[in-house]
Design a protein around this ligand. Structure first.
Ligand SMILES: Nc1ncnc2c1ncn2[C@@H]1O[C@H](COP(=O)(O)OP(=O)(O)OP(=O)(O)O)[C@@H](O)[C@H]1O
Length: 252
């Protein structure tokens, strides 16, 4: 279980997160939503050890995340950032291999390293481009490569910061469906930030709504993405429509 308990965080005098507590339900997809500047990326940074909270704790299996050696933490938690242009002069295969770095030197894992890389490449349908430079791929392919790097780490928790931002509608759907399948087949616990409320409604098991650094609501998608919450946090009038394919958000 990965959970944040009563986290506070400020940049200078500006309080960004105010007494935030959140539990990532095991083997489920949790989506963070909220207006620009509400603190979503900051919360991500605190959950993934890129920043330290001023007070409060982030616990992984009941142990403070800062007590884990970096290598051990990397075996538990992998992150796909919104924009990843570091190392894009490597080939697809070389880049995905970097996901095995936390395991280098451990003989057992090293033995099946090539098999793991092969499986990841196959799963993400990157076989035809595996020898191409990452910088030469389309945005959709690149996003799958960055996901491949994270999956090669074989983490138990996968964090994705606005993973669909640079993808067209088709690839957004494909990418989110891929994540959902991954979650269902491997039991990976996923936490992502999304702006699209319909995507949040359809691809999440749990949604957390942040607004002005506080958690306004968390629970099932349809409990959180309500007309009242959307009005209060985004200042948007909307209607939640119920169809046989589920609930949909419609802006009025
Ligand atoms: N490095 C920084 N130094 C100072 N202030 C920062 C820094 N990074 C973010 N902030 C501020 O912290 C607040 C929360 O930012 P954060 O990026 O966490 O919000 P967000 O909800 O992810 O926003 P968005 O939807 O726009 O990505 C904003 O007011 C932002 O200006």
């Amino acid at each position: 279980m990965l959970e944040a308990k009563n986290i506070n965080f400020s940049y200078g005098k500006k309080q960004i997160l105010d007494d935030v507590s959140i539990k990532l339900a095991e083997h489920q997809i949790t989506t963070l939503i909220g207006p620009n500047g509400s603190g979503k990326s900051t919360l991500f940074k605190l959950l993934t050890r890129s920043q330290k909270a001023d007070s409060g704790q982030v616990l992984l299996a009941d142990k403070d995340i800062w007590q884990y050696p970096a290598r051990d933490f990397a075996k538990e938690v992998a992150i796909v950032h919104q924009k990843n242009d570091l190392y894009d002069d490597l080939t697809v295969e070389e880049l995905i291999k970097m996901g095995r770095l936390p395991y280098v030197g451990l003989t057992k894992e090293i033995d099946n390293q090539d098999e793991i890389i092969k499986q990841v490449i196959e799963y993400l349908e990157l076989e035809p481009v595996k020898n191409k430079l990452v910088s030469q791929l389309s945005g959709g392919q690149q996003q799958r490569v960055w996901l491949g790097l994270a999956l090669a780490q074989q983490p138990r928790y996968l964090f994705l910061d606005e993973p669909t931002t640079y993808l067209d509608l088709h690839f957004q759907m494909r990418f989110l469906t891929l994540l959902k399948n991954l979650n269902q087949t491997t039991k990976l616990t996923i936490c992502m930030i999304l702006h699209d409320l319909n995507q949040a409604l359809h691809y999440s098991d749990q949604v957390v709504l942040l607004s002005q650094g506080k958690i306004k609501s968390q629970g099932l998608p349809e409990e959180v993405i309500t007309e009242a919450n959307v009005k209060e946090s985004f200042d948007i009038n909307c209607r939640i429509i119920e169809t046989e394919d589920g609930k949909f958000f419609q802006q009025l």
